[in-house]
Write a protein that binds this ligand. Structure first.
Ligand code: DP6
Length: 333
């Protein structure tokens, strides 16, 4: 019988963004990112060692929500697993997300963090945090951060991410996710990132200013200073998007509802409530606030867009092994 186990991992939400790749390796970031691993949302992956099919050459297979995935998307990752473990192993993976897939909610970060953890564990091996992070990175840059709970830094040019503080560092922090549109995005973050680098006249300025934003954000989060963190976050996502808006052809993930949430956050801050938004490669808006202000933030966002969905999450832990059994969505926000 094949060995099987399940593993769950949560997405890494960038407060200061990784946007653009450095030369010299797979998914090495051009910019330092600072991120939080969020609670409640999860990718749950069931990983089986070896092929199920007798008399057929072993091959890696991945299904997300029951859909077979293109081999090319996963080939470099599985090659890196075999290299890291120094064994010719093959894997069958079935993953489900407890949140919309491919909609700018960082499903590739949780997906590859769950895969890296699950593939090494099912093979009976344990890697260090840095090794696991480097492995997950080959699947997706942001996944290098999602192998850790709490708060992380993924330095420009580094091959693995590091934890800055664990999930107990800032218990009052909340993230309100305004899901303004479900469904997949028109272009992947990977392709949008490449297009921005190759065609935006602002890309070089984005890269040269990113380190200072990362340093400001890291100091602010160590001090649990939401307003200083928020200002660095705001610069980071708006500068990142300016490389997308000015790419050729332009990449515009924003919807009118996204802008309405941004404006609502401005209004909340004008009313003395700390609510700082960020966005990724999709139309959803994530708003950082504190437990004390969460109800007011939700009320305001709900009034702005009564049909939109709001998810409230906190700071999450790193990947966890769940033992054997079917991959089903085990939590919901
Ligand atoms: C906007 O990690 O999805 O979410 O490394 O090509 O897989 P690849 O890209 P990916 O990009 C994440 C981009 C972002 C910002 C971030 O998470 O830092």
């Amino acid at each position: 019988m094949n060995q099987t186990l399940r593993c769950a991992a949560s997405p890494s939400l960038a407060l200061v963004k990784y946007w653009g790749k450095a030369d010299g390796g797979i998914n090495l970031p051009a910019t330092t990112s600072i991120a939080v691993t969020i609670s409640h949302l999860e990718t749950v992956s069931q990983v089986t060692l070896g092929s199920d099919r007798a008399n057929e050459p072993a091959a890696d297979e991945v299904f997300i929500e029951g859909e077979p995935q293109p081999e090319s998307r996963f080939a470099p990752f599985f090659a890196a697993v075999r290299e890291a473990l120094r064994e010719d192993l093959h894997f069958r993976v079935e993953s489900v997300n407890t949140f919309p897939t491919g909609a700018g909610l960082a499903s590739s970060s949780s997906g590859f963090a769950a895969l890296a953890t699950g593939c090494t564990a099912v093979a009976g091996r344990r890697l260090s945090g840095a090794e696991l992070s480097a492995l997950a990175r080959v699947g997706s840059g942001s996944a290098a951060r999602a192998v850790f709970g709490g708060f992380t830094r993924f330095a420009a040019g580094a091959s693995f991410a590091e934890q800055i503080a664990d999930e107990n560092h800032w218990p009052e922090l909340r993230i309100v996710i305004a899901v303004v549109q479900r469904g997949s995005k028109p272009i992947s973050s990977r392709d949008a990132m490449i297009r921005s680098r190759d065609t935006s006249p602002y890309y070089a300025d984005w890269v040269s200013g990113a380190q200072s934003l990362a340093e400001q954000a890291e100091t602010a989060l160590v001090n649990r200073d939401l307003d200083t963190l928020g200002r660095a976050m705001r610069q980071s996502y708006l500068r990142m998007f300016s490389t997308m808006f000015t790419a050729e052809p332009p990449v515009i993930f924003w919807l009118p509802e996204s802008v309405a949430v941004i404006r609502a956050c401005e209004q909340l801050r004008a009313d003395g409530i700390s609510a700082w938004e960020t966005m990724d490669a999709g139309p959803q808006v994530k708003v950082l606030t504190t437990a004390k202000h969460t109800a007011q933030v939700c009320d305001r966002l709900h009034r702005e867009n009564p049909s939109g969905e709001l998810l409230v999450v906190g700071v999450g832990s790193g990947p966890r092994l769940l033992g054997t059994g079917a991959a089903t969505a085990s939590t919901s926000a």
